[in-house]
Ligand binder design. Structure first.
Ligand code: NAD
Ligand code: TYD
Length: 378
């Protein structure tokens, strides 16, 4: 079956990988990338596919209901994969209102536009799909205990002998109660509730997925991994929040995009799926892996950049541990990660070192000015 799909936030980190995968894998589909190009949106993430005949870029704000409705009508849209969001916890602490506006009101505008459009068609919601991308952060924080955990079902988890993939007994399940702590996770939680309410109230065919921390190419260098790779290259301090004891569960971004592809096509309507690779790391341990990898690839002696580690004041409300149980997705839809962590981190560090121009353009702020002059709001 042919689809016309709006992917929101397709110029961002994860969205660009999802757009690339869909445009290349499904030449019969029309992929419409709707992105406002905020500081985090960058069309340089998509130069390899920008001229493909099945791809259209539209600069627009998801908060603009009329514009969203117009696009859905214009392109006869039957699928929406919604990734556009404000995504950085530290920014949400400084400016929660922008998060409420984009993540909550923007999602609501998109839902309402889809409702108006799809209900106006003779077949209504048949064959339609509104797929909302969310985060594990909505579930709150888990305890940190001795490494134990459940058996990972995947052959592709972290392989290093000293590393344990789990730092506690509890994991987030699809049934775990929401308990968000940051303005970012609160806004994502609110948007998830709105999406589910459109299924329960109006019968819209919705799906929600909650994924763990992603890493890989094209991530904006305010997030831990690209920020630290870039700082090591420039011999700048590496600001470790608190004691570096917080645990995050890391998944290679292409594996998230593969999961989104599987769930968009085979996921059950009104279901929630957790996405994660059973790959927990304490921040300080992952930072040491990054330092070691960057130093090796730059030809520095081992331990050369350890001195850059700088412990700083902790993030306010810093969640201690996130850990996703993604066995439902594996059992029901057969997805599993394609990469071991060591392979993924090596690829990631190499990509940032090989693409210094991409990084330098962003850190100089040049690309924002460039795209502002190229694209006018529709
Ligand atoms: P990102 O910040 O890299 O990209 C967000 C994109 O959304 C940008 O291209 C930006 O221009 C666009 N955008 C922002 N506001 C918009 C608006 N009002 N209208 C249209 N476009 C707008 O984010 P990301 O890390 O790629 O995350 C994408 C989605 O995945 C988010 O919904 C996030 O909550 C979720 N998520 C992220 C992670 C992660 O580790 N990064 C993990 C789980 C879930
Ligand atoms: P981040 O990449 O911002 O993702 P999230 O907050 O969504 O998990 O941060 C990952 C972890 O790294 C988190 O525990 C906060 C920590 N961190 C630092 O210690 N220093 C930094 O400069 C940043 C950006 C993050």
């Amino acid at each position: 079956m042919k689809h016309n799909i709006i992917i929101t936030g397709g110029a961002g980190f994860i969205g660009s990988h999802v757009v690339r995968l869909f445009v290349n894998k499904y030449p019969d589909y029309h992929i419409i990338n709707v992105d406002k190009l905020t500081y985090a949106g960058n069309l340089a993430n998509l130069t390899d596919i920008e001229n493909k005949p099945n791809y259209t870029f539209v600069k627009a704000d998801i908060c603009d209901l009329d514009k969203m409705l117009g696009l859905m009508k214009e392109y006869n849209v039957d699928g929406i994969i919604h990734l556009a969001a404000e995504s950085h916890v530290d920014r949400s602490i400084k400016d929660p209102f922008t998060f409420a506006k984009t993540n909550v009101m923007g999602t609501l505008a998109l839902l309402q536009a889809a409702k108006i459009y799809w209900e106006s068609l003779p077949e209504k919601y048949e064959g339609k799909r509104f797929y909302h991308i969310s985060t594990d952060e909505v579930y709150g924080a888990l305890e940190l205990t001795d490494p134990e955990g459940i058996e990972s079902p995947f052959t592709t988890t972290a392989s290093s002998s000293e590393h344990h993939y789990a730092y506690g007994k509890e994991f987030f399940l699809e049934t775990t109660k929401y308990d968000p702590h940051s303005p970012y996770s609160a806004s994502k939680a609110a948007s998830d509730h709105f999406v589910r309410s459109y299924h329960d109230t109006y019968g819209m065919p919705t799906i929600v997925t909650n994924c763990s921390n992603n890493y890989g190419p094209y991530q904006f260098p305010e997030k831990l991994i690209p920020l630290f790779i870039n700082n090591i290259r420039h011999r700048k301090p590496l600001p470790v929040y608190g004691k570096g004891e917080n645990v995050r569960d890391w998944l290679y971004v292409v594996d998230h995009a593969r999961a989104i592809d599987t769930i968009f096509h085979e996921g059950k309507i009104a279901e929630t799926y957790n996405i994660g690779g059973f790959n927990e790391w304490k921040n300080i341990d992952i930072i040491k892996v990054i330092i070691k990898t960057v130093d090796r690839l730059l030809g520095n002696p081992e331990g050369y950049s350890d001195e850059l580690i700088t412990y700083v004041t902790d993030r306010a409300g810093h969640d201690l541990r996130y850990a996703i149980d993604s066995r439902k997705l594996q059992a029901e839809l057969g997805w599993e990660p394609s990469l071991q962590f060591e392979e993924g981190i090596e690829k990631t560090v190499r990509w940032y070192l090989d693409n210094q121009e991409w990084m330098d353009t962003i850190t100089s702020g040049e690309y924002e000015k460039y795209y502002e002059s190229m694209y006018k709001d529709r």
